[in-house]
Structures are given as structure tokens and as C-alpha cells.
Design a protein around this ligand. Structure first.
Ligand SMILES: [Zn+2]
Length: 428
């Protein structure tokens, strides 16, 4: 038996070597610099060899040529002198099926736009996002468009359309009575922006969403349904644990929208992977997040964008309450040592402008190194692709972008993306 295994192993090794030499197309990228996001360092004079969709070697041409035949006909060499390569960016909180609220309100999109229109918009959103250097998205809720996000993800995987890697949350789950659209005549049955479920019925709904193909389970821990329309917790602590348990059986993680302190605490103690928004979180609650290894997506951009739609002129007017709360939340999270992710809640503002979140997180107090890690390594963890994307390393998938200048010194260098590669394919 051992003999056969060793023969098979030898055959596999031979096939692998044959592939690296004579098989699919290899690409050698020759940039001036590579960003090591883990160390926060710029590395000079290294080339990257890509075979199919993976990085198979990094080093000087001499080093790489020792183990790889660089003279092959099917080797494409790309001279990228003057450019800096870094891992493709990740936005861990998007809504690919929404478009900016200053074009059409959320209610208008959910209630009046056809599924076909929303999907058509989604296709253009995905392309704009990829061209902006974002090679992965965690899309957190179709907002009334059913499971159209699953269809888009599958179309991307089949190469029918172009866009970032996508993991999706489907319809998302809310407690009965909490979510919108609201304020319509009660005799009408209104399409909700998410699926309502409570108590033991959550078991069925979580399983149903998983069965329909969601990659993550998105839950609203609170929503604006207090007596004055203010945010208040929705699911009880027990309901939350039930959701997380049922999702965990299938190997899936839960992500919680939570703006209230109590909503955050219930979600953290139940074992969610990340908290979205966290606007009213206290220092103690952020410390609890740190203790339970829960990742924080502050979604700064959406807060600022909506304040601006409501008339706030940034830099001229005093900060509105929402923006002040967000500053406080980010400051507390930093103090508590919580891990930040880059999740912008794009959709309510323009797809392709995702970079705004990185710049704002930095403005709100994150170092550039932490900001870049949030948009690469931490994002990879939330995509459940840690060790596969989020860094420029041998064995990783070839999701790479290139810019002029040094992103570790100036995030504005990411304004102009010169090159985009996803899964070994060059898109820009
Ligand atoms: Zn969102």
C-alpha cells in the first residue's frame, strides 16, 4: 500500500512540475515595490510569478529562475517599473443591490424597483468595484431583492459577469415588527427589506437561508423601533444564541448589525464573527468584543454619506450627532484594542468609491498600517479565506492591485488603480 501511495505521490509531483513548466499560462510581474501589509513595509526589487490563479514564487528574477523556467513561450512578462503591488482590497460590508439614497430612497428601491432593474444595477456595481481595486466583497443583505445576491455570486463564479469575489448573506434576518419599509397603510402587504423570524422559528429560517446558499448569516441585533423611532435591541440573548448555534452546525458564521450597546453585548456573547456599526458601544462593550475576538466594522462612510444627504456640509457645519457617535465608537474601539475591518456599507453611497472608508478610518484615528490590514488581512478572515487572500505571499491566490507611490505613506495613492488582477486574471 505504501508503495502505491509513493508512486501516486511521485505522479502528482511530476504532473505538478510539468504544469509549472509547460501547462497553463504563467505571468511574471516585475513591479518596483511590493507592500507587505502584515509588517507594514515596502519591499523593493522582487518579482511575482503567477501560475493559473496562484502566486507560486516571489523574489529576484535570478532566485525565481532557479526553480522555474522563465524562458517558456507561455510566460507573459509584465514590466511594472514605477508601480507598487499590494493585495487586492476587501470591503467586508457592501450592498451590491442598493444604489445611492440621494438617487432613490431605500423605500423607493425596495418597493418600486423591479428585481430585473436591481440585478442590472448590481452587475454594473460589481464591475465598478473591481476596477476600483476591490477584489473581494462580503455582501451583507439583498435589502428586499430576495436571493438575487446568490445569483450574482454564482454568475461571477461562472465567469458570466465581472466583479470581485463575493460572499453573500441573502435576505438577512430581522425580528418581527422591527424592519422597514414602514409607515404604509396596514391593509397592504409590504415587501420587507429582510426576512422576519422569532423564537424557535429562527431555527427553520436560518436553515432555510443556508439551504438557499448564503455564505454568512446576517442578523439585525437592533433597529430603529423604539417609542420615538430610536434604535433598540430586537432579538433576546437566547434567540441570538439559537441563531449562532444553528449557523455553526453548517460551518457558517453570523454577522450582526448592532448600533446599541445592549444589542452589541447580546451579539458578542452569542459568538458572532463581526459587529457592524457599533455606534453606541461603550468602552466596556468594546473591551468585551476584544475579549471574545469579535471584529469591528465601523461603517464610517455610510454615516457621513447619510448625514450629507440630510444637508450636513462637512468642514463647514458642526458634526451631527451620528458622526459624533461614530467618532466616539472608533475611539473606544481603538482604546480597547479591537480588530478593525474595512466595511463601508457601500450601496447607500456610490459603488466604486469604497476607498472612502479607508480614508475616513484613518482620519478617525486608525494608523495607515492598521487601515490597510483592515482592508486586506482582516477582510480575508471575514471572507473565510484567511491564508488564501489578503497578502502577497507564495501559495496565495493572485488577487493583486498596483498603484503609483507608497500606500503605507499616503492612502491617496490608492485613488488611481493602475492594475487589477483577480484569481490570476488581469482586469485592468
Ligand atoms: Zn449594511
Amino acid at each position: 500500500m505504501k508503495f502505491f501511495i509513493s508512486i501516486i505521490a511521485t505522479m502528482v509531483a511530476v504532473v505538478f512540475v510539468a504544469q509549472t513548466t509547460y501547462g497553463a499560462q504563467s505571468i511574471l510581474l516585475k513591479p518596483s515595490y511590493i507592500v507587505d501589509v502584515e509588517q507594514g513595509a515596502l519591499i523593493e526589487g522582487q518579482n511575482i510569478l503567477i501560475l493559473d490563479n496562484k502566486i507560486i514564487a516571489i523574489g529576484s528574477e535570478e532566485e525565481i529562475s532557479k526553480n522555474n523556467d522563465l524562458s517558456e513561450n507561455n510566460l507573459k512578462i509584465i514590466d511594472m517599473r514605477g508601480l507598487t503591488i499590494m493585495p487586492g482590497l476587501i470591503d467586508a460590508h457592501s450592498h451590491i443591490l442598493l444604489h445611492p439614497y440621494n438617487e432613490t430612497s431605500w423605500n423607493g428601491q425596495v418597493l418600486k424597483e423591479s428585481r430585473a432593474e436591481r440585478v442590472a444595477r448590481g452587475v454594473t456595481h460589481l464591475k465598478a468595484t473591481l476596477e476600483a481595486g476591490f477584489t473581494s466583497l462580503r455582501d451583507l443583505g439583498s435589502e428586499g431583492a430576495g436571493y438575487a445576491d446568490i445569483g450574482l455570486r454564482d454568475a461571477l463564479d461562472k465567469g458570466v459577469i465581472e466583479g470581485p469575489r463575493l460572499i453573500v448573506a441573502g435576505r438577512a434576518i430581522v425580528a418581527t415588527g422591527s424592519y422597514g419599509p414602514k409607515g404604509y397603510d396596514l391593509s397592504h402587504d409590504i415587501t420587507l427589506g429582510a426576512e422576519a423570524a422569532d423564537g424557535n422559528d429562527l431555527i427553520r429560517v436560518v436553515r432555510d437561508q443556508i439551504g438557499k446558499g448564503v455564505d454568512v448569516v446576517k442578523v439585525y441585533a437592533d433597529y430603529r423601533w423604539g417609542p420615538k423611532g430610536e434604535a433598540k435591541p430586537t432579538f433576546s440573548a437566547d434567540e441570538f444564541k439559537l441563531i449562532v448555534d444553528v449557523a455553526a452546525s453548517s460551518g457558517r458564521r453570523v454577522v450582526a448589525h448592532a448600533a446599541t450597546d445592549q444589542g452589541m453585548r447580546r451579539a458578542i456573547l452569542a459568538g458572532v464573527q463581526s459587529i457592524e456599526h457599533g455606534d453606541m458601544g461603550t468602552l466596556d462593550t468594546f473591551k468585551l468584543m476584544k475579549k471574545h475576538d469579535v471584529i469591528y466594522c465601523p461603517t464610517v462612510t455610510v454615516t457621513e454619506a447619510i448625514s450629507q444627504y440630510n444637508g450636513w456640509k462637512k468642514g463647514q457645519d458642526p458634526d451631527p450627532r451620528g458622526v459624533i457617535n461614530k467618532h466616539d465608537a472608533v475611539t473606544s474601539a481603538l482604546k480597547a484594542g479591537v480588530t478593525f475591518c474595512n466595511g463601508s456599507d457601500v450601496g447607500p453611497y456610490t459603488h466604486g468609491d469604497n476607498l472612502r472608508e479607508l480614508k475616513l478610518m484613518h482620519d478617525y484615528g486608525l494608523s495607515i498600517k492598521k487601515t490597510l490590514q483592515a482592508a486586506t488581512m482582516v477582510g480575508a478572515e471575514l471572507m473565510n479565506l484567511q491564508g488564501e487572500i489578503g497578502q502577497v505571499k507564495v501559495g496565495y491566490l493572485a488577487d493583486l492591485i498596483a498603484v503609483k507611490g507608497n500606500p503605507l505613506q499616503d492612502l491617496n495613492s490608492l485613488n488611481d488603480i493602475k492594475f487589477v488582477m483577480k484569481d490570476g486574471h488581469i482586469y485592468k
